[in-house]
Write a protein that binds this ligand. Structure first.
Ligand code: RIB
Length: 287
């Protein structure tokens, strides 16, 4: 079977990561952290996950005209993601995420959107037809609404971070992906369309619904947790690759759970994203 073609419309950030014993409470200063920077952004992470898991991927997004842009795009470029749809903005800087990670691998993230915040509908309108289109909400809603017009049999939105969107956009989606916080925010509106809804439940695993009815469920794989940043993005990229390849729903959820499990075992969002070979080896060990 040939590799599915997937368009990702979304954010591209440089992640500035401080890893410490614990995360600060409001008003508290925590010292003694180690520091690293990695390419990130929900859109770029999902693009890289889809690519490493076997898809032909085209990224649609915006970066600034600055040194951070090159660093933010480095791994997408190295892995062969098509970056011809990434616009260099003349005024806004490349998006930056300030990330704290504690010793249990949990994180806190503050995003300064920069150029992601001015991704326009006309940037998106240039994207061609694809086997799947995957968006998130770190770019303006009009850009996501334009993505909904791209010719594709699988239009997917990871509703992260949760924010108000037109009801018609949720109903148009063939796949919505949410965590528990996002599921609470959208509530019943998630299940008004005819598409699939994937709910990730952290250590409780993940569930797939259609029209409010459960169609598949996966417990979480037990792995050593180093850093959970980007694991949700890896799940999204993997689930879309699986469904676009025609995997049965339960098999696609298992594939996505395995990819996400591997992603928490290393530091950083993008450096931790596994390859197809890694995921298949992991799954054959569990069979
Ligand atoms: O989902 C993780 C991502 O959220 C990070 O890479 C960060 O850039 C933020 O966008």
């Amino acid at each position: 079977m040939s590799a599915p073609r997937i368009n990702i419309v979304g954010s591209i950030n440089l992640d500035l990561v401080a890893s410490a014993e614990k995360l600060p409470a409001p008003g508290e200063t925590v010292t003694g952290a180690s520091y690293a920077q990695y390419p990130g952004g929900k859109g770029a992470n999902q693009a890289l996950a889809a690519r490493r898991l076997g898809a032909e991927v085209a990224m649609v997004g915006r970066v600034g005209r600055d040194a951070n842009a090159e660093a933010a795009l480095a791994l997408l470029k190295a892995d062969g993601v098509d970056l011809s749809g990434v616009v260099e903005d003349e005024e806004e800087p490349t998006g930056v995420a300030l990330i704290g990670v504690d010793k249990a691998g949990e994180n806190q993230i503050i995003v300064a959107s920069g150029a992601n915040g001015v991704l326009s509908a006309s940037d998106v309108a240039r994207a061609g037809a694809a086997d799947a289109v995957l968006c998130q909400l770190e770019v303006p809603v009009p850009a996501v609404m334009e993505a909904a017009k791209i010719e594709t049999p699988l239009f997917a939105i990871n509703l992260a971070p949760a924010m108000p969107v037109p009801a018609g956009l949720l109903e148009r989606a063939d796949l919505l992906i949410v965590n528990e916080v996002e599921a609470e925010f959208y509530d019943d509106a998630l299940h008004r369309g005819e598409g699939l809804v994937a709910l990730t439940l952290g250590r409780q695993g993940s569930v797939l619904y259609r029209s409010g009815k459960e169609v598949a469920r996966m417990p979480v794989y037990a792995v050593p947790v180093i850093d959970t940043t980007g694991a949700g993005d890896t799940f999204c990229g993997a689930l879309v690759v699986g469904l676009a390849e025609g995997m049965e729903e339960g098999a696609a959820l298992r594939f996505a759970s395995a990819a996400a499990a591997l992603a928490v075992t290393k530091e950083g969002a993008q450096p931790a994203i596994p390859t197809r070979k890694d995921v298949e080896a992991f799954l054959s060990d569990k069979a």
